[in-house]
Design a protein around this ligand. Structure first.
Ligand SMILES: [Zn+2]
Length: 182
């Protein structure tokens, strides 16, 4: 057995020993193969919602088992307020989302409130593994998180939001509304 096979076997063995609720840090092996592996370097995943491993035949990325991330301690979420002020509530850019949010009782004045609500729910859900892995974007991995949004009728809507994965447990909101979840 060649050295490469031996390494691959060791990595695979390690992967197979993980349980679906374990958390890992994806450690990419630097290479110039133009694969997606580098985009996930340092990112945290729950095993049941991570990218395919190994990513490709000669993938030598390593999965390091970590403890479950803790909100605001070993994981953080950010959401730019302009996702609301300059997008959702922007007549031109929002393509109907402004009317939707307004029909639920929110206006541009509530942008700060929505930003805080998104951040606090997203970080809790991410750390609970309550997200869906959506693949690689242009530069970063993408996940979807369903936000529970209370509306003026007293109902709570489940809305889908998109987040980019950054190293060391950081997620950043990319899409503040992409439809309804379950
Ligand atoms: Zn790889």
């Amino acid at each position: 057995m060649g050295l490469l096979n031996e390494i691959a076997e060791k990595l695979l063995k390690n992967f197979l020993s993980l349980k679906e609720d374990d958390w890992i840090e994806w450690i990419a092996q630097p290479n110039d193969w133009r694969d997606d592996c580098d985009k996930f370097n340092g990112c945290y995943f729950i095993v049941k919602q991570m990218l395919e491993y190994p990513q490709h035949p000669r993938c030598q990325c390593r999965l390091e088992k970590i403890t479950k991330p803790i909100p605001y301690i070993t994981a953080n979420a950010t959401c730019d307020i302009r996702k609301f002020t300059g997008y959702i509530f922007d007549e031109e850019k929002s393509k109907g989302k402004k009317e939707l949010f307004e029909s639920w009782g929110y206006t541009i004045e509530d942008s700060k409130y929505l930003q805080q609500l998104y951040i606090s729910q997203a970080i809790q859900k991410y750390c609970n593994g309550d997200y869906i892995f959506k693949g690689a974007g242009k530069e970063y991995g993408r996940i979807e998180i369903v936000i529970d949004l209370p509306i003026k009728s007293g109902q709570v809507l489940k809305i889908k939001t998109g987040w980019s994965l950054y190293p060391q447990g950081e997620i950043r909101n990319s899409t503040p509304f992409s439809g309804f979840g379950k």
